[in-house]
Design a protein around this ligand. Structure first.
Ligand code: F6R
Length: 365
Protein backbone atom coordinates (compact mmCIF):
# COMPACT_ATOMS: atom_id res chain seq x y z
CA UNK A 1 0.00 0.00 0.00
CA UNK A 2 1.32 3.38 -1.05
CA UNK A 3 -0.82 5.28 1.46
CA UNK A 4 -0.75 8.97 0.58
CA UNK A 5 2.50 8.66 -1.37
CA UNK A 6 2.63 9.00 -5.14
CA UNK A 7 5.02 6.11 -5.56
CA UNK A 8 6.37 3.18 -3.57
CA UNK A 9 9.80 4.68 -3.94
CA UNK A 10 8.73 7.87 -2.20
CA UNK A 11 7.00 5.89 0.54
CA UNK A 12 10.07 3.72 1.03
CA UNK A 13 12.38 6.73 1.20
CA UNK A 14 10.20 8.22 3.93
CA UNK A 15 9.98 4.93 5.82
CA UNK A 16 13.72 4.86 6.39
CA UNK A 17 13.85 6.38 9.89
CA UNK A 18 11.44 3.68 11.07
CA UNK A 19 12.92 0.64 9.33
CA UNK A 20 16.47 1.67 10.14
CA UNK A 21 15.46 1.97 13.81
CA UNK A 22 13.86 -1.47 13.54
CA UNK A 23 16.97 -2.96 11.99
CA UNK A 24 19.34 -1.30 14.44
CA UNK A 25 17.09 -2.51 17.25
CA UNK A 26 17.93 -6.08 16.28
CA UNK A 27 21.68 -5.47 16.52
CA UNK A 28 22.14 -2.91 19.27
CA UNK A 29 21.41 -2.75 22.94
CA UNK A 30 20.98 1.02 23.34
CA UNK A 31 20.90 0.91 27.14
CA UNK A 32 24.04 -1.17 27.55
CA UNK A 33 25.49 0.62 24.48
CA UNK A 34 26.71 -2.67 23.02
CA UNK A 35 26.25 -4.56 19.74
CA UNK A 36 24.83 -8.05 19.69
CA UNK A 37 24.71 -10.16 16.54
CA UNK A 38 21.60 -12.34 16.38
CA UNK A 39 21.80 -16.01 17.43
CA UNK A 40 24.83 -18.19 18.04
CA UNK A 41 27.58 -17.56 15.52
CA UNK A 42 28.56 -20.52 13.31
CA UNK A 43 32.19 -19.39 13.43
CA UNK A 44 34.39 -17.27 15.64
CA UNK A 45 34.76 -13.69 14.42
CA UNK A 46 38.17 -13.57 16.10
CA UNK A 47 39.36 -16.04 13.40
CA UNK A 48 38.52 -13.68 10.55
CA UNK A 49 41.71 -12.56 8.81
CA UNK A 50 40.20 -10.97 5.74
CA UNK A 51 36.81 -10.12 4.36
CA UNK A 52 35.61 -10.44 0.78
CA UNK A 53 32.39 -8.57 0.05
CA UNK A 54 30.34 -9.75 -2.93
CA UNK A 55 27.05 -8.30 -4.17
CA UNK A 56 25.39 -6.49 -7.10
CA UNK A 57 24.26 -2.95 -7.74
CA UNK A 58 23.13 -0.93 -4.74
CA UNK A 59 23.85 -3.84 -2.37
CA UNK A 60 27.44 -3.82 -3.63
CA UNK A 61 27.66 -0.10 -2.86
CA UNK A 62 26.48 -0.77 0.70
CA UNK A 63 29.38 -3.21 0.85
CA UNK A 64 31.71 -0.57 -0.51
CA UNK A 65 30.76 1.78 2.35
CA UNK A 66 31.18 -1.11 4.80
CA UNK A 67 34.70 -1.77 3.56
CA UNK A 68 35.75 1.57 5.09
CA UNK A 69 34.05 0.75 8.39
CA UNK A 70 35.48 -2.76 8.66
CA UNK A 71 39.03 -1.74 7.81
CA UNK A 72 39.07 1.22 10.17
CA UNK A 73 37.29 -0.47 13.11
CA UNK A 74 38.55 -4.06 12.87
CA UNK A 75 41.83 -3.52 10.96
CA UNK A 76 40.94 -6.51 8.79
CA UNK A 77 41.65 -6.10 5.05
CA UNK A 78 38.55 -5.99 2.86
CA UNK A 79 38.13 -6.64 -0.85
CA UNK A 80 34.95 -5.94 -2.77
CA UNK A 81 33.81 -7.49 -6.03
CA UNK A 82 30.76 -7.56 -8.28
CA UNK A 83 29.05 -10.92 -7.92
CA UNK A 84 28.89 -11.20 -11.71
CA UNK A 85 32.69 -11.07 -11.93
CA UNK A 86 33.58 -12.92 -8.77
CA UNK A 87 33.70 -16.47 -10.09
CA UNK A 88 35.71 -15.40 -13.10
CA UNK A 89 38.61 -14.38 -10.87
CA UNK A 90 39.53 -17.85 -9.59
CA UNK A 91 39.36 -16.38 -6.07
CA UNK A 92 42.03 -17.32 -3.53
CA UNK A 93 40.49 -19.07 -0.54
CA UNK A 94 42.60 -19.23 2.59
CA UNK A 95 41.82 -20.11 6.20
CA UNK A 96 40.44 -17.05 7.97
CA UNK A 97 38.60 -15.82 4.89
CA UNK A 98 35.10 -14.51 5.48
CA UNK A 99 32.90 -13.93 2.42
CA UNK A 100 30.13 -11.45 3.08
CA UNK A 101 27.20 -11.37 0.65
CA UNK A 102 24.62 -8.59 0.55
CA UNK A 103 21.24 -8.88 -1.15
CA UNK A 104 17.83 -7.35 -0.65
CA UNK A 105 15.99 -10.20 -2.41
CA UNK A 106 18.31 -13.02 -1.40
CA UNK A 107 17.72 -14.45 -4.88
CA UNK A 108 20.10 -12.56 -7.18
CA UNK A 109 21.57 -15.32 -9.34
CA UNK A 110 25.14 -14.02 -9.47
CA UNK A 111 25.32 -13.37 -5.73
CA UNK A 112 23.83 -16.76 -4.92
CA UNK A 113 26.28 -18.54 -7.23
CA UNK A 114 29.17 -16.67 -5.59
CA UNK A 115 27.89 -17.62 -2.12
CA UNK A 116 27.85 -21.30 -3.10
CA UNK A 117 31.32 -21.00 -4.61
CA UNK A 118 32.75 -19.48 -1.43
CA UNK A 119 31.06 -22.07 0.82
CA UNK A 120 32.43 -24.90 -1.35
CA UNK A 121 35.84 -23.23 -1.10
CA UNK A 122 35.76 -23.55 2.70
CA UNK A 123 35.24 -19.90 3.49
CA UNK A 124 33.21 -18.55 6.36
CA UNK A 125 29.97 -17.30 4.79
CA UNK A 126 27.76 -14.50 6.03
CA UNK A 127 24.85 -12.83 4.23
CA UNK A 128 22.97 -9.59 4.80
CA UNK A 129 19.51 -10.33 3.37
CA UNK A 130 16.13 -8.60 3.52
CA UNK A 131 13.84 -11.48 2.50
CA UNK A 132 14.25 -14.04 5.26
CA UNK A 133 12.57 -16.86 3.33
CA UNK A 134 14.97 -16.45 0.40
CA UNK A 135 17.51 -18.96 -0.90
CA UNK A 136 20.49 -16.97 0.39
CA UNK A 137 18.93 -16.66 3.83
CA UNK A 138 18.57 -20.45 3.92
CA UNK A 139 21.98 -21.31 2.53
CA UNK A 140 24.26 -18.90 4.38
CA UNK A 141 26.10 -19.97 7.52
CA UNK A 142 25.53 -16.66 9.28
CA UNK A 143 22.35 -14.74 8.42
CA UNK A 144 22.38 -11.03 9.19
CA UNK A 145 18.82 -9.97 8.39
CA UNK A 146 17.77 -6.46 7.48
CA UNK A 147 14.33 -5.49 8.71
CA UNK A 148 13.33 -3.12 5.92
CA UNK A 149 10.03 -4.87 5.24
CA UNK A 150 8.96 -5.58 1.65
CA UNK A 151 10.62 -3.22 -0.84
CA UNK A 152 8.38 -2.71 -3.86
CA UNK A 153 10.05 0.11 -5.82
CA UNK A 154 12.57 -1.34 -8.23
CA UNK A 155 15.14 1.24 -7.11
CA UNK A 156 16.48 0.09 -3.77
CA UNK A 157 16.24 2.72 -1.03
CA UNK A 158 15.22 1.51 2.42
CA UNK A 159 16.90 -1.87 1.91
CA UNK A 160 20.15 0.00 1.23
CA UNK A 161 20.14 2.02 4.46
CA UNK A 162 19.10 -1.06 6.42
CA UNK A 163 22.05 -2.90 4.86
CA UNK A 164 24.31 -0.05 5.95
CA UNK A 165 22.86 -0.28 9.47
CA UNK A 166 23.58 -4.01 9.74
CA UNK A 167 27.03 -3.59 8.25
CA UNK A 168 27.93 -0.81 10.67
CA UNK A 169 26.90 -3.03 13.60
CA UNK A 170 28.81 -5.94 12.08
CA UNK A 171 31.94 -3.81 11.71
CA UNK A 172 31.76 -2.88 15.39
CA UNK A 173 31.22 -6.54 16.38
CA UNK A 174 34.20 -7.61 14.27
CA UNK A 175 36.30 -4.82 15.74
CA UNK A 176 35.39 -6.06 19.21
CA UNK A 177 36.20 -9.67 18.36
CA UNK A 178 39.57 -8.58 16.94
CA UNK A 179 40.35 -6.60 20.10
CA UNK A 180 40.36 -3.30 18.21
CA UNK A 181 37.19 -1.76 19.64
CA UNK A 182 37.11 -1.42 23.42
CA UNK A 183 34.00 -0.94 25.55
CA UNK A 184 34.22 2.86 25.50
CA UNK A 185 34.59 2.98 21.71
CA UNK A 186 31.77 0.47 21.31
CA UNK A 187 29.51 2.63 23.47
CA UNK A 188 30.42 5.73 21.46
CA UNK A 189 29.73 4.05 18.10
CA UNK A 190 26.50 2.42 19.25
CA UNK A 191 25.34 5.75 20.57
CA UNK A 192 26.06 7.36 17.19
CA UNK A 193 24.03 4.68 15.41
CA UNK A 194 21.08 5.20 17.72
CA UNK A 195 21.04 8.84 16.56
CA UNK A 196 20.63 7.86 12.90
CA UNK A 197 16.81 7.61 12.68
CA UNK A 198 16.31 11.11 14.14
CA UNK A 199 19.03 12.54 11.88
CA UNK A 200 17.34 10.87 8.90
CA UNK A 201 14.10 12.61 9.82
CA UNK A 202 15.91 15.94 9.74
CA UNK A 203 17.60 15.01 6.44
CA UNK A 204 14.17 14.33 4.89
CA UNK A 205 13.39 18.04 5.30
CA UNK A 206 15.70 18.76 2.37
CA UNK A 207 13.03 17.35 0.03
CA UNK A 208 11.56 20.76 -0.79
CA UNK A 209 14.91 22.20 -1.82
CA UNK A 210 15.63 19.14 -3.94
CA UNK A 211 12.20 19.23 -5.59
CA UNK A 212 12.78 22.91 -6.41
CA UNK A 213 15.99 22.29 -8.34
CA UNK A 214 14.93 18.99 -9.92
CA UNK A 215 13.42 20.54 -13.09
CA UNK A 216 16.76 22.24 -13.81
CA UNK A 217 18.72 19.04 -13.33
CA UNK A 218 16.17 17.11 -15.40
CA UNK A 219 17.31 19.09 -18.47
CA UNK A 220 20.88 17.77 -18.21
CA UNK A 221 22.09 14.98 -20.47
CA UNK A 222 24.91 13.98 -18.14
CA UNK A 223 25.37 14.45 -14.40
CA UNK A 224 28.45 13.60 -12.35
CA UNK A 225 28.64 12.81 -8.63
CA UNK A 226 31.80 13.09 -6.56
CA UNK A 227 32.74 12.16 -3.01
CA UNK A 228 35.76 11.05 -1.00
CA UNK A 229 36.20 8.17 1.47
CA UNK A 230 32.83 6.59 2.32
CA UNK A 231 31.18 9.46 0.42
CA UNK A 232 32.70 8.01 -2.76
CA UNK A 233 30.42 4.94 -2.80
CA UNK A 234 27.58 7.35 -2.00
CA UNK A 235 28.50 9.23 -5.19
CA UNK A 236 28.34 5.92 -7.07
CA UNK A 237 24.96 5.20 -5.48
CA UNK A 238 23.65 8.66 -6.42
CA UNK A 239 24.63 8.10 -10.03
CA UNK A 240 23.18 4.58 -10.13
CA UNK A 241 19.88 5.70 -8.63
CA UNK A 242 19.59 8.66 -11.02
CA UNK A 243 20.35 6.71 -14.16
CA UNK A 244 18.04 3.84 -13.35
CA UNK A 245 14.92 5.90 -12.76
CA UNK A 246 15.45 9.15 -14.72
CA UNK A 247 17.47 7.65 -17.63
CA UNK A 248 19.89 10.55 -17.39
CA UNK A 249 23.45 9.44 -17.93
CA UNK A 250 25.26 9.76 -14.60
CA UNK A 251 28.60 8.64 -13.22
CA UNK A 252 30.09 8.72 -9.76
CA UNK A 253 33.77 9.39 -9.23
CA UNK A 254 36.18 9.56 -6.35
CA UNK A 255 36.57 13.35 -5.98
CA UNK A 256 40.34 13.21 -6.44
CA UNK A 257 40.03 11.06 -9.56
CA UNK A 258 38.17 13.74 -11.51
CA UNK A 259 41.31 15.46 -12.72
CA UNK A 260 42.62 12.17 -14.15
CA UNK A 261 40.18 12.25 -17.02
CA UNK A 262 36.51 12.93 -16.27
CA UNK A 263 37.08 16.66 -15.69
CA UNK A 264 37.36 16.91 -19.50
CA UNK A 265 33.58 16.43 -19.57
CA UNK A 266 32.89 19.49 -17.43
CA UNK A 267 31.17 22.52 -18.91
CA UNK A 268 28.05 24.49 -18.02
CA UNK A 269 25.87 21.65 -19.31
CA UNK A 270 27.20 18.94 -16.97
CA UNK A 271 26.08 19.49 -13.37
CA UNK A 272 28.23 17.97 -10.62
CA UNK A 273 26.71 16.78 -7.35
CA UNK A 274 29.29 17.08 -4.59
CA UNK A 275 28.77 14.96 -1.47
CA UNK A 276 30.92 16.63 1.17
CA UNK A 277 29.90 16.60 4.82
CA UNK A 278 32.13 18.85 6.93
CA UNK A 279 34.83 16.90 8.70
CA UNK A 280 38.19 15.38 7.90
CA UNK A 281 37.61 14.98 4.14
CA UNK A 282 35.81 18.25 3.54
CA UNK A 283 38.64 20.60 2.50
CA UNK A 284 40.04 18.24 -0.12
CA UNK A 285 36.66 17.53 -1.68
CA UNK A 286 35.93 21.26 -1.71
CA UNK A 287 39.10 21.89 -3.67
CA UNK A 288 37.93 19.30 -6.23
CA UNK A 289 34.60 21.14 -6.33
CA UNK A 290 36.43 24.39 -7.00
CA UNK A 291 38.28 22.76 -9.89
CA UNK A 292 34.86 22.01 -11.38
CA UNK A 293 33.61 25.57 -10.81
CA UNK A 294 36.75 27.04 -12.35
CA UNK A 295 35.83 25.20 -15.56
CA UNK A 296 32.31 26.63 -15.63
CA UNK A 297 30.70 23.56 -14.09
CA UNK A 298 27.51 24.00 -12.10
CA UNK A 299 27.68 22.42 -8.68
CA UNK A 300 25.12 21.12 -6.19
CA UNK A 301 26.76 20.90 -2.77
CA UNK A 302 25.34 18.33 -0.35
CA UNK A 303 26.78 19.11 3.07
CA UNK A 304 25.79 20.32 6.52
CA UNK A 305 25.16 23.88 7.72
CA UNK A 306 28.81 24.39 8.55
CA UNK A 307 30.06 23.10 5.19
CA UNK A 308 27.52 25.16 3.28
CA UNK A 309 28.26 28.33 5.25
CA UNK A 310 31.96 28.03 4.49
CA UNK A 311 31.83 26.86 0.85
CA UNK A 312 28.25 26.94 -0.44
CA UNK A 313 28.67 30.22 -2.31
CA UNK A 314 28.90 29.90 -6.07
CA UNK A 315 27.02 26.60 -6.19
CA UNK A 316 23.77 26.38 -8.19
CA UNK A 317 22.15 24.84 -5.08
CA UNK A 318 23.10 23.68 -1.63
CA UNK A 319 21.40 20.85 0.24
CA UNK A 320 21.68 21.08 4.01
CA UNK A 321 21.93 17.91 6.06
CA UNK A 322 22.15 17.69 9.84
CA UNK A 323 25.68 17.71 11.25
CA UNK A 324 26.60 14.18 12.32
CA UNK A 325 29.73 12.26 13.24
CA UNK A 326 31.74 11.10 10.19
CA UNK A 327 31.02 7.45 11.14
CA UNK A 328 27.34 7.77 10.21
CA UNK A 329 27.40 10.29 7.34
CA UNK A 330 26.71 7.68 4.59
CA UNK A 331 23.42 6.75 6.26
CA UNK A 332 22.38 10.39 6.20
CA UNK A 333 23.61 11.39 2.74
CA UNK A 334 21.67 8.43 1.32
CA UNK A 335 18.50 10.49 1.79
CA UNK A 336 19.26 13.49 -0.49
CA UNK A 337 20.84 11.17 -3.03
CA UNK A 338 17.63 9.13 -3.26
CA UNK A 339 15.34 12.18 -3.19
CA UNK A 340 17.32 13.80 -5.97
CA UNK A 341 16.91 10.79 -8.24
CA UNK A 342 13.23 10.60 -7.35
CA UNK A 343 12.41 14.25 -8.04
CA UNK A 344 14.43 14.42 -11.24
CA UNK A 345 12.57 11.32 -12.44
CA UNK A 346 9.25 12.99 -11.49
CA UNK A 347 10.26 16.07 -13.46
CA UNK A 348 11.06 13.87 -16.45
CA UNK A 349 7.81 11.93 -16.07
CA UNK A 350 9.38 8.48 -16.08
CA UNK A 351 7.84 5.41 -14.42
CA UNK A 352 9.58 5.69 -11.06
CA UNK A 353 8.51 2.39 -9.53
CA UNK A 354 8.87 0.33 -12.70
CA UNK A 355 11.78 1.78 -14.67
CA UNK A 356 12.23 0.38 -18.17
CA UNK A 357 14.43 -2.69 -18.69
CA UNK A 358 14.83 -3.40 -14.97
CA UNK A 359 13.50 -6.15 -12.71
CA UNK A 360 13.26 -6.09 -8.93
CA UNK A 361 14.98 -9.43 -8.59
CA UNK A 362 17.58 -10.52 -11.15
CA UNK A 363 17.53 -14.31 -11.23
CA UNK A 364 19.54 -14.82 -14.41
CA UNK A 365 23.32 -14.58 -14.61
C1 F6R B 1 19.42 -0.41 -7.65
C2 F6R B 1 18.98 -1.77 -7.42
C3 F6R B 1 19.82 -2.92 -7.91
C4 F6R B 1 19.92 -4.01 -6.84
C5 F6R B 1 20.68 -5.22 -7.37
C6 F6R B 1 20.89 -6.30 -6.32
O1 F6R B 1 18.54 0.50 -7.12
O2 F6R B 1 17.95 -1.99 -6.82
O3 F6R B 1 21.10 -2.45 -8.27
O4 F6R B 1 20.56 -3.46 -5.72
O5 F6R B 1 20.00 -5.77 -8.47
O6 F6R B 1 19.68 -6.86 -5.88
P1 F6R B 1 19.61 -7.67 -4.54
O7 F6R B 1 19.96 -6.76 -3.43
O8 F6R B 1 18.21 -8.18 -4.46
O9 F6R B 1 20.62 -8.79 -4.64
Amino acid sequence: EKGNHRHYMEKEIHEQPIVVAQTLGAYLDPLAETVALPRELPFDLADVKRVQIVACGTALLAGHVASYWIESLARVPVAIENASEYRYRDPVYEPGGLCLFISQSGETADTLAALRHAAAGGQMVAAVVNVDTSTMARETQLLLPTHAGPEVGVASTKAFTCQLSVLAAFAIALGKAKGRVDAAEEARLVHLLTEVPAAMNVALRCEEAIAAMAPTLAKARDILYIGRGPDYPMALEGALKLKEISYIHAEGYAAGELKHGPIALIDEHVPVIVIAPSGPRFEKTVSNMQEVMARGGRVVLISDAEGIASHGQGSMAAITLPTVDPFITPLISAIPVQLLAYHVALAKGTDVDQPRNLAKSVTVE
